[in-house]
Design a protein around this ligand. Structure first.
Ligand SMILES: Nc1ncnc2c1ncn2[C@@H]1O[C@H](COP(=O)(O)OP(=O)(O)OP(=O)(O)O)[C@@H](O)[C@H]1O
Length: 486
């Protein structure tokens, strides 16, 4: 009898389990993936709330009653959670932001729980349309994010986890945004009180396809990565989170291309500051620079041509050019334009800068590094000096890969022997490697042949230039000797 009863008992359990499995499979079959899990988690979070072992933190979408008082923390946490939701394959909505052609995935608008794990601790986030469950906010479209965690992790959350959420959220936002190129040279938007106008920046240059020695490139990448991670370090040493790069080298060696590549690598916007267009002098420069956003690169190209290189030299220049002034100078005089001075620029780089937030690179470029005032480029202002040189064999190989999609060719050996002596710029190498017709055929042989001819010519030119220089020097020293005899 007892045996029979036991059998019935197990049969009943088996049948119940079977039915449960059947219903669960049916629900999972006909409802979206994760439907059951999502609802269990949603109520689980509410249950946790009523035990006194758990703490909840709410981040509202708006800081006040008005919709324009957007809470930055909400924006970052929202972006972070969207990324977590993607990883966990939860339900998402897709949209394309204004001024962008990128598809962005975001959390759905109704109540939804997202579990997140950080350093082995599980957190629960809930997106809701109300401030507190059951209490609607005054701002119609208001939403909030509620974080639930065990109270033993209180310090961990406030000291580590929330910082992690904000940092990662910023990164996600930056990846979703398109880079912009700002310029101050057009005054089209001044009536709107906008000092900078911008276009979407889609330059194809990357540090990978930049022709440059491998070791030098790696050094730059390491420097940039270290800078990006150095927020706490800069705060600790009490310095503004900024870094200055000086790019120098002959025309066509890739200074502008490198700026575009750094912008791509860091995902920073570029502010192309045209000093000659700063008509209001140092005070306008100050306003312009205060109007730049964090995570950006401020570029002054051809710094030697943009500003009088020392204030002293400038005043000399002024007196000597009294008789013969250019049309632009006359125009500036009549308009009452004020000059940006070297001391104004230095003052900004050192002092003012500290009050403008953080994570900014400032890049100067020049073809004539020897002309620059040492005060302008001393370490601490321009922390890293990068020479963009004539094309090396390493650089050529990158260009051959970019333009011809080849890693090797029998003509490479000839090029290896010639390229250093030829002193040819990457721009000239690129010009020769560019196929003239795009017919899909392999034109490597022809393009490499063209490059070899260009290398021969360039080498011949370099020799001729050297001979002329020697001749000039000899003539000068002969003249000096004659003067001494006389
Ligand atoms: N190092 C490089 N790697 C890849 N392409 C390059 C490089 N240098 C130059 N080029 C090619 O040559 C063109 C001109 O280069 P770029 O304008 O960057 O040179 P630059 O040094 O800034 O010149 P300038 O001093 O005249 O402004 C670029 O559009 C790019 O196609």
């Amino acid at each position: 009898m007892w045996g029979m009863g036991e059998n019935n008992y197990w049969t009943a359990i088996g049948t119940s389990l079977g039915s449960l499995m059947f219903f669960y499979t049916l629900i999972e079959r006909f409802f979206p993936h994760g439907f059951v899990r999502q609802y269990v988690e949603k109520y689980w979070q509410r249950i946790l709330r009523f035990t006194n072992r758990y703490i909840q933190i709410t981040i509202d979408e708006y800081t006040g009653e008005l919709v324009d008082q957007k809470n930055q923390s909400y924006t970052f946490a929202d972006a972070y959670l969207s990324a977590v939701a993607i990883q966990r394959a939860l339900q998402l909505k897709a949209y394309t932001p204004k001024n962008s052609n990128k598809l962005v995935l975001n959390m759905v608008d109704y109540e939804m729980t997202i579990p997140d794990e950080y350093h082995g601790v599980t957190f629960w986030w809930m997106l809701s349309n109300t401030n507190e469950i059951g209490k609607p906010r005054k701002v119609d479209t208001s939403r909030s994010l509620t974080l639930t965690f065990h109270k033993k992790y209180r310090h961990f959350v406030t000291e580590k986890y929330l910082d992690h959420v904000m940092e990662k959220g910023k990164e996600v936002l930056a990846q979703n945004q398109q880079r912009k190129l700002y310029t101050n040279s057009s005054r089209d938007n001044w009536y709107k009180q906008e000092m900078w106008s911008h276009v979407v920046f889609n330059h194809p240059a990357t540090l990978d396809n930049l022709a440059m020695d491998k070791a030098k490139k790696e050094d730059i990448m390491e420097d940039l990565i270290a800078f990006r991670k150095a927020k706490a370090y800069y705060a600790k040493i009490g310095k503004a989170w900024k870094r200055g790069y000086l790019l120098y080298g002959p025309p066509g060696t890739g200074k502008s291309t490198m700026i575009a590549a750094i912008s791509e690598f860091m995902n920073y916007d570029i502010y192309d500051l045209e000093l000659k267009s700063v008509r209001g002098g140092n005070s306008e420069l100050r306003k312009l620079l205060l109007d730049t956003s964090d995570r950006s690169i401020i570029v002054i190209e051809d710094i030697d041509c943009s500003i009088a290189l020392t204030d002293k030299r400038k005043s000399k220049k002024k007196t000597s050019s009294k008789k013969k002034k250019s049309y632009e100078q006359r125009l500036a005089e009549i308009r009452g334009d004020k000059d940006v001075t070297l001391s104004g620029l230095l003052n900004f780089i050192d002092g003012l800068w500290s009050s403008t937030g953080g994570e900014k690179l400032i890049i100067f470029t020049t073809n004539h590094v020897e002309k620059l005032d040492p005060a302008l480029i001393r370490r601490g202002r321009m922390d890293k000096h990068i020479e963009l040189a004539y094309c090396s064999f390493d650089g050529f190989k990158i260009l051959a890969k970019n333009y011809l999609n080849i890693d090797d060719h029998p003509l490479f050996e000839t090029i290896r022997h010639m390229i250093d002596e030829a002193r040819i710029t990457p721009a000239d190498v690129a010009e020769n490697l560019m196929p003239k017709t795009i017919n899909g055929g392999d034109c490597s042989e022809v393009c490499l042949g063209k490059l070899i001819t260009a290398l021969e010519k360039s080498k011949e030119d370099a020799i001729r230039l050297e001979a002329e220089k020697l001749l000039e020097e000899e003539e000068e020293s002969e003249e000096e000797e004659e003067d001494e005899d006389f």
